[in-house]
Design a binder for this molecule. Structure first.
Ligand SMILES: [Zn+2]
Length: 170
C-alpha cells in the first residue's frame, strides 16, 4: 500500500496520515480551505443579515421605535431636545405602523426606487416639535422632509393659520 500521497494544494508529497480520508489535500491545506470557505460564507451571511435588518419593513419599524426611545432617554446621537418627552410603547407604535402601512409602503417604494438614497429614508416626525412621540403627534416623513421641517420651524410658515404644525399631505 502506498504510504505517501501528493497534496494537490501545496504540491508536496506527504505521509498518508497527513491526509483526511478521501481528500486530495493534506490536513493543513484542508483546514485552510475550509476555514477560508467558512470565513467567506460568514461574511455573506453577515451581509445578508445586515441587508435584512436594514430593509425589512418590520425591522425598520422596530428600529424607529428604538431611535425614538433613545431620543427621549437622552441617548440619541442626533441633537434633539426631546429628553423626557412622552413616547408610545413599542406595541402601540407597531399597531400604528400597521394602520399607516399604505403610507409607509408608498414611501418605502420611493426609497427603494431611488436606490435606497439617504434622503428618502422613511423617518418618524413629531408633528408638533414641542411634543413627544405620542401616537397623535407622529407622522412618517422622508429624512429630507424631516430635516427641511427642522429648518423651517423657526419660520412662521411652518404653522398653519390655526397655529397647528405642518403635517404631511400624503
Ligand atoms: Zn497540502
Amino acid at each position: 500500500m502506498d504510504e505517501t500521497k501528493l497534496c494537490k494544494k501545496c504540491n508536496t508529497v506527504k505521509a498518508r496520515n497527513c491526509f483526511y480520508s478521501n481528500t486530495g489535500n493534506c490536513k493543513p491545506c484542508s483546514n485552510k480551505v475550509s476555514k477560508e470557505y467558512r470565513r467567506k460564507n460568514h461574511i455573506k451571511i453577515i451581509n445578508q443579515e445586515r441587508h435584512r435588518r436594514r430593509y425589512c419593513i418590520e425591522s425598520i419599524w422596530l428600529n424607529r421605535h428604538s431611535q425614538m426611545r433613545r431620543s427621549v432617554e437622552g441617548r440619541s446621537t442626533i441633537k434633539r431636545k426631546c429628553t423626557g418627552r412622552d413616547i408610545c410603547t413599542q406595541q402601540e407604535f407597531l399597531n400604528w405602523c400597521e394602520e399607516t402601512r399604505p403610507i409607509f409602503m408608498k414611501m418605502h417604494k420611493e426609497w427603494e426606487e431611488s436606490g435606497f438614497k439617504r434622503k428618502f429614508i422613511p423617518s418618524i416626525d413629531r408633528i408638533d416639535n414641542d411634543g413627544g412621540y405620542a401616537l397623535d403627534n407622529i407622522q412618517w416623513l422622508t429624512l429630507s422632509e424631516n430635516s427641511a421641517k427642522d429648518n423651517l420651524q423657526y419660520l412662521t410658515t411652518a404653522r398653519t393659520e390655526d397655529g397647528k404644525f405642518m403635517k404631511r399631505d400624503y
